[in-house]
Design a protein around this ligand. Structure first.
Ligand code: ZN
Length: 302
């Protein structure tokens, strides 16, 4: 895939400030949303919506404790986009799709891509898969559909963590490729003194918009510095990020076998190749009749 920025521009950081009363994450992930755009044929406004959710999922994924933990953000919404599903792990990998990738809307009143309009109303669900027995589910109502506000509301209501979530995607107005994607997540830890909370609120209101910082070439470090610079910012970890799907031909074969012999036989009897598509990365897996027959034999033996 052609990349206009260096791979080093796609990374996450985790930080603390104000004697650990504040914790923060920031990410720039242009290539992640550009890859999603190209794989799924996303329109400019669905590129922005999905790109924001992917940036958020990467930051929330970095907060998972174990290597195999997964986090999914699902938008179940009535706007033209029809829904979004994004899954991230704790290692900087993310995948995702929009139900109606080509959905379009004119620019909003501010002349911006109308993410809130394309999302509409409904529910946003956060699912954490943290081992066999421990899974976590939180569902809240979509607030503005602008993603950042929805997730801040989720943190406040479902996790009782006061949070600021700021996300932005810049799309080229001529050929619609992604110019930059990024954001930050700032959270107040229990026991955080009121004066820190209040001054942080003022600092967040005074700072430039995330899209302005991204347009100026902001890095995760410089973005956090612009909000938390006066709070004794400590950066603890840095991690590269990428669009990555864990599907494979083997997995699809397993899924075909799991349908059962009768179903598989009826597919073979139709006498046509069968194509299965991975929704997350839009990869097609095609099986010829001969391959299906081989697979059926393999299934009988095992
Ligand atoms: Zn896939």
């Amino acid at each position: 895939m052609e990349c206009k920025t260096a791979a080093g521009d796609n990374y996450l950081i985790r930080a603390t400030a104000a004697d650990d009363f504040i914790r923060a994450f920031a990410v720039t992930c242009r290539d992640v949303s550009e890859e999603a755009r190209q794989r799924h044929g996303l329109s400019p406004v669905t590129t922005a919506a999905l790109g924001r959710v992917m940036a958020a999922a990467l930051m929330m994924g970095m907060d998972l404790k174990n290597e195999k933990d997964m986090l999914t953000i699902q938008y179940d919404c009535d706007g033209p986009i029809g829904g979004m599903t994004v899954t991230a792990d704790s290692q900087g990998h993310v995948k995702g799709y929009a139900n109606n990738p080509e959905a379009m809307l004119p620019a909003n009143a501010k002349g911006k891509l109308d993410v809130g309009g394309i999302v509409g109303h409904g529910l946003v669900r956060v699912m954490k898969d943290i081992g066999l027995k421990d899974s976590y589910n939180g569902t809240v109502e979509i607030q503005s559909g602008e993603i950042g506000e929805d997730l801040a509301y989720y943190f406040a209501v479902s996790e009782q963590i006061p949070s600021v979530v700021s996300l932005g995607v810049l799309v080229d107005t001529e050929d619609y490729h992604v110019l930059q994607t990024g954001g930050f997540l700032i959270q107040l830890m229990p026991g955080c003194p009121d004066e820190i909370a209040e001054s942080l609120d003022t600092a967040c209101r005074a700072m430039p918009q995330i899209t302005t910082l991204l347009r100026e070439g902001g890095t995760p470090e410089s973005i956090l510095e612009s909000v938390l610079g006066s709070y004794g910012l400590h950066i603890h970890a840095k991690m590269p990020v990428s669009f990555q799907c864990d599907c494979s031909r083997q997995r699809v074969e397993k899924a075909l076998l799991a349908m059962g012999d009768v179903e598989l036989y009826s597919l073979i009897k139709e006498g046509k190749p069968v194509t299965l598509n991975c929704g997350f990365c839009n990869t097609d897996y095609t099986f010829t009749v001969a391959e299906l027959e081989q697979l059926r034999e393999k299934g009988k033996k095992s």
